[in-house]
Ligand binder design. Structure first.
Ligand code: SF4
Length: 345
């Protein structure tokens, strides 16, 4: 009998507490990117910033009344560092008040790479910001051009470096399947994100959303999103790269808002997208280990961490035949130590 262990440690959470989002759709954005429909993604597009902060303030107070621990505030959905000064001051004042009251320990924000400078990073850190999530989408010049982002790879990389050099954690959001991003480009984007020091990644497979310029391209037959099988396989490979680099992928796929479901015209949507990707990543890792250590020899047993049990066979058992091809049936599967996979021949 021979045995091989694979590292399968659970990704470390990068948040200072439960992440408490305050969505600010399109606020501060210099234009509308071709794929973006933040109003559909976050719901409640009409509310003003003042109303949003008031709702968040009341929700934080309710959390505190229930004895819940402090959160990490998150200003999402727009370009935080390009907000008009009064709006940014209102957000910073709200965050400071929540931190003074012990309701929050820090805040994070999302922004565009071309709206950042060393001075802005420093000012954010001094205000209690611990993390900046950059809407990178892709590092590839051709993809950035097609999305009319108005800057190129050098600006995206410099922005990542500014965040890390400023002592903040860096989140990188990628948009696999956007125009100009095929599987190879996406995997290169993941590698680049890791090489510039990303502390966490998000994979948002590109969807065609009503009201976007991309929807017009799709209607004209000039753009086709990835289908689900391509997306699942590419994300599984990207997830494995991130895992090998010790970097968690904290989100895969957009959050399932009702307004989003109404707006999706085409693209790889599935309610269990993340679990399906994890299942494929595990299969891919074991398949690669089999090819490396015992080519052609079926496994006699496989031990996986408990936390993998729920997604191991894939949605509706879709991976059972692939596992059978490696020798793994229900009888040969067991749970072992957390943090590792054990392959037995
Ligand atoms: S992708 Fe980001 S910068 Fe572009 S419109 Fe959407 S929120 Fe604004």
């Amino acid at each position: 009998m021979s045995t091989v262990f694979l590292d399968w440690a659970a990704p470390q959470s990068c948040a200072a507490g439960a992440v408490f989002p305050v969505f600010m759709p399109f606020m501060g954005c210099p234009g509308r990117c071709i794929f973006c429909a933040q109003d559909a993604q976050t719901g409640g597009a009409e509310a003003s910033l003042t109303q949003r902060l008031a709702v968040a303030r009341a929700a934080l107070a309710r959390r505190a009344d229930r004895g819940l621990p402090p959160v990490e505030l998150a200003f999402y959905g727009g370009t935080f560092t390009a907000l008009p000064a009064p709006a940014q001051e209102a957000c910073l004042a709200f965050a400071a008040e929540a931190m003074r009251a012990g309701q929050a320990v820090a805040f994070r924000c999302s922004t565009r790479p071309d709206c950042l400078s060393a001075a802005k990073v420093r000012a954010l850190r001094e205000s209690g910001c611990g993390c900046i999530e950059l809407g990178i989408q892709s590092f590839a010049d051709a993809a950035l051009d097609l999305a009319r982002r108005g800057y190129g790879q050098a600006v995206a990389i410099t922005a990542c470096e500014l965040v890390r050099a400023g002592g903040l954690r860096l989140g990188v959001q990628l948009l696999p399947g956007m125009p100009g991003v095929d599987r190879a480009v996406f995997l290169q984007d993941v590698q680049t994100a890791l090489s510039v020091g990303a502390n966490m990644l998000r994979f948002y497979p590109c969807l065609v959303l009503e009201g976007t310029a991309l929807a017009e391209q799709w209607r004209a037959g000039r753009f086709a999103p990835w289908d689900l099988p391509v997306t699942l396989d590419a994300l599984a490979e990207g997830w494995l790269l991130a895992h090998a680099g010790g970097v968690p992928v904290i989100r895969m796929g957009l959050a399932p808002e009702a307004s989003l479901a109404d707006a999706v015209l085409a693209g790889p949507v599935h309610p269990a997208l993340g679990a399906r990707v994890l299942a494929r990543a595990l299969l891919l890792a074991v398949r690669r280990a089999c090819a490396q250590y015992a080519p052609g020899k079926p496994l006699r047993g496989l031990e996986i961490p408990h936390r993998c049990q729920g997604h191991f066979w894939g949605a509706g058992g879709e991976l059972r035949s692939a596992w059978a091809g490696l020798g793994i049936t229900q009888e040969r599967l067991s749970c072992g130590q957390e943090g590792q996979i054990r392959l037995i021949w």
